[in-house]
Design a protein. Structure first.
Length: 304
């Protein structure tokens, strides 16, 4: 008998992780990898006000379907266990009706191989609005071996300074738009939050204890003055032979020197002997340029 259960972050995180690792394959035809959800739901940029609306479908005690959002409740993702494709329509209808609409249209996000869900969405009037590429590195087909540029060194994971990491992530993701730290308690124009709040969010995302995070595999590169120049997070999922890289950034003044390629090469060196088969990347052409061989497409559907 199929039943449903609303997601509860304190009791269901392990259940969802187990489910997503059980149905995962490298083509992601059954849904995203488990770290995709756990990284988002434990990060401060996730709008947790609506996490209770995420829903599980269960066959007895076995989870067979999951609808959830990554950061905002208008953009929804799906996990569906093979053999339960008949639930696709019900999951689409729930996603459409249960979550708040706000000003943005509801987007249903599928991997290109989630055919049953895509078919059910089209039958209910959804059309693909756009798709996002997601580059994949296959350890079985190649090797990343980019050297560390002169004047830089890797920081031992046990010695990583979270405050320096937060500064590196600020510079890598926000500095170009918001500039240096100044007027920390004054909200930025057109952004709505102060640099201090953003700084604390970045710090929280870096050091908050996500249950399955593997901080020992984080890669940090520092310059000769011990300023952190490049950061690459890593979720090692041995049961899936998956190296889930998230996030990756280089501070602006250190860009275009090969640091990101060196960081990913360091992941290759560390995780290949452990049995890694695939490492995730992103949509940027950088990944293809350095040797990522595969690509997945995430398709965004909206009502016609």
């Amino acid at each position: 008998m199929i039943t449903t259960k609303q997601f509860q972050i304190l009791t269901d995180a392990e259940l969802v992780w187990k489910f997503m690792t059980e149905v995962y394959n490298h083509e992601e035809t059954n849904g995203p990898a488990a770290p995709f959800f756990e990284y988002s739901v434990t990060s401060p940029w996730n709008d947790r006000d609506y996490v209770r609306l995420n829903r599980l479908w269960l066959d007895g005690d076995v989870p067979v379907g999951f609808v959830f959002y990554e950061s905002v409740p208008t953009e929804l993702n799906f996990v569906l266990r093979p053999g339960y494709e008949a639930l696709a329509g019900e999951m689409i209808e729930y996603a459409e009706s249960a979550y708040p609409k706000f000003e943005d249209p509801t987007e249903l996000v599928f991997g290109s191989g989630q055919t049953a869900l895509i078919k059910a969405a089209k039958e209910r009037g959804y059309e693909m609005a756009y798709e996002e590429p997601d580059r994949i590195f296959d350890f079985r087909k190649g090797k990343l071996d980019y050297p560390l540029p002169e004047g830089y060194h890797f920081v031992e994971p046990k010695n990583i300074d979270p405050l320096k990491v937060a500064k590196c992530l600020w510079d890598g993701f926000n500095k170009a738009e918001l500039g240096e730290f100044k007027d920390w308690d004054v909200p930025q124009k057109n952004f709505g939050r102060s640099p201090h709040e953003l700084y604390m969010n970045v710090l929280g995302a870096t050091i908050s204890p996500a249950p399955h995070a593997t901080y020992d595999y984080t890669t940090v590169i520092a310059d000769e003055h011990e300023n952190y120049a490049c950061f690459s997070g890593m979720w090692w999922v041995p049961e899936n032979h998956l190296a889930y890289m998230e996030p990756l950034c280089t501070a602006p003044e250190h860009q275009h020197k090969g640091l990101a390629a060196a960081a990913l090469s360091h992941h290759d060196k560390v995780l290949r002997p452990l049995g890694a088969e695939v490492m995730t990347g992103g949509g940027n052409e950088f990944y293809k340029k350095i040797g990522y061989q595969g690509v997945h497409y995430w398709q965004h559907f909206v009502k016609a």
